[in-house]
Design a protein around this ligand. Sequence first.
Ligand SMILES: Cc1cc2nc3c(=O)[nH]c(=O)nc-3n(C[C@H](O)[C@H](O)[C@H](O)COP(=O)(O)OP(=O)(O)OC[C@H]3O[C@@H](n4cnc5c(N)ncnc54)[C@H](O)[C@@H]3O)c2cc1C
Ligand code: FES
Length: 223
Amino acid sequence: MVTRRAALSVVGVEPVGPYTLLRVRRGGLEPGRPGQFFMLEAPGRLLPRPMSLCLAPPGELAFLVDPIGPGTRALCALGPGDHLRVLGPLGNGFDLDVERPLLVGGGIGIAPLPYLSQALGGPPAILGFRSPRHAEAAALLPRAEVVVEPTYVTEAMPLDRDVLACGPEPMLEAVRRLVPDAQLAWEAPMACGYGACYGCAVEIDGELRRLCVEGPVLAAARS
Ligand SMILES: Cc1cc2nc3c(=O)[nH]c(=O)nc-3n(C[C@H](O)[C@H](O)[C@H](O)COP(=O)(O)OP(=O)(O)OC[C@H]3O[C@@H](n4cnc5c(N)ncnc54)[C@H](O)[C@@H]3O)c2cc1C
Ligand code: FES
């Protein structure tokens, strides 16, 4: 049976612009498919937090964390040797059977793209950030084209590609208007990550569904 839950030790905690790259020992966990996610629970926190896998170097899993609230700040405050509980990989990742991939990321939406890029053999990528400091994260995807606000990724995107995108909801909506069959990694608050709590229910194709089970990557409309 595949191990999906483990207490893993922190190997490194590295600043990447305003974000933190949290590297943990892989233990018995599989990295899964790009776009899948893990539930990460810092010691003393009541609820785990969903995080996309950013990188899977040998023997490690690495997550890029934006410290926007108590759960993510607790993850960024961990240090080497600390332990955290990890569950995953969970959900549905990107379909890698694409002919002319183009990766599109906005802000912390860059998180799943380094691992995705590796799986697809380094396709072209466009990344958008709100400031030059946030754009320091583009170092994780060295050959990507980078735009900073007031320029948006959608202004730089060729339209004849198989788009795989992750970013804030308005960016995903704008990408979908330009490329209706784009694969989009969506977000919703998640308490369990495996279908039990219904906390992540969103409308997908007109029906209320659990994003952690049906997604987070969807090629369908959600609202
Ligand atoms: C599948 C998936 C993958 C993710 N991958 C990453 C990642 O790789 N790196 C990363 O930094 N973050 C990622 N996130 C977002 C991250 O899980 C949330 O930012 C985190 O749970 C916030 O927890 P908190 O306790 O720090 O802040 P909270 O106090 O819980 O939230 C801070 C604010 O953000 C809102 N919020 C919280 N979670 C979400 C959410 N999931 N979607 C929309 N709004 C939310 C809250 O309503 C609140 O306004 C991912 C989310 C999902 C669903
Ligand atoms: S997070 Fe619990 S059902 Fe999706």
